[in-house]
Write a protein that binds this ligand. Sequence first.
Ligand code: NAI
Ligand code: 15L
Length: 266
Amino acid sequence: PRLQRLLLTGAAGGLGKVLRERLVPSAQALRVSDIAPLGEARGPHEEVRPCDLADRQAVAALLQGCDAIVHLGGVSVERPFEEILEANIKGIFNVYEGARRHGVKRVVFASSNHVIGFYKQTETLDANVLRRPDGYYGLSKSFGEDMAQFYFDRYGIETVSIRIGSSFPEPLNRRMMHTWLSYDDLTALVEKALFTPGVGHTVVYGASANEKVWWDNHAAAKLGWTPRDSSEPFRAKVEAQPPVAADDPNAVYQGGAFTAQGPFGD
Ligand code: NAI
Ligand code: 15L
């Protein structure tokens, strides 16, 4: 183990379940947190700590004694603004404030491709392009990246913001043939993000070595990460799905259907 205590938020979620297992070798103690049920501790290495990310005092207490955090917790899809505000926007503020107060030195932030979702699928982007968030969810991740930059510039807390593409056991549709990030590649990228020295605030994309990617990921190569997997073995299965119309958001925009969700309520 290289860290004394690592905090994993969103540990009950899709990616949290994966990293809860796979980050065990990275730390002596793994503190797992979520607002959803986490079950029992998986062994003496685990501390199970339920917490609402919108609760500033609770999040500060959660970060106490940790030397790094992998922050996956929050609303992970497009939702009404008020929901995003609590979990993601107040949540990321509470995480960085807690980190500052308790001397946590490194954050790995699960950002999203939805910070650049309104770019067309014909464009190739690096991590420095102007962000074009495709909804309140994308806006919250955009805010999170700015928060990361601010807390580095002001307080020296280092962050790797990973603009995750689509991380699922397999790509689920044609768009994800481009955006898919395998769990093995995700794990390796998170490890590099935790342990590479001198990252400041580095923004990278999280996509496997798919045949055609939309992202120039040289920033990730600087972390020493090379994706190993590809969506290609799933091509026949994905292309057996009904075709998508050329003007469907899923075929036009990098953010796919997220670009067309809402407005909510009135
Ligand atoms: P998920 O929705 O399965 O997991 C998120 C977890 O956060 C859930 O277990 C949920 O209970 C928890 N959470 C929500 N509100 C909370 C609150 N107020 N306090 C504490 N916990 C709260 O999402 P998934 O797929 O595991 O994604 C993990 C992270 O990675 C998310 O931040 C998501 O935005 C980001 N991401 C994921 C992608 C993917 O393809 N899976 C793509 C891009 C980004
Ligand atoms: C995300 O940010 C979501 O959290 C995830 O559920 C997927 O929808 C992914 O993006 C995607 O764009 O495929």
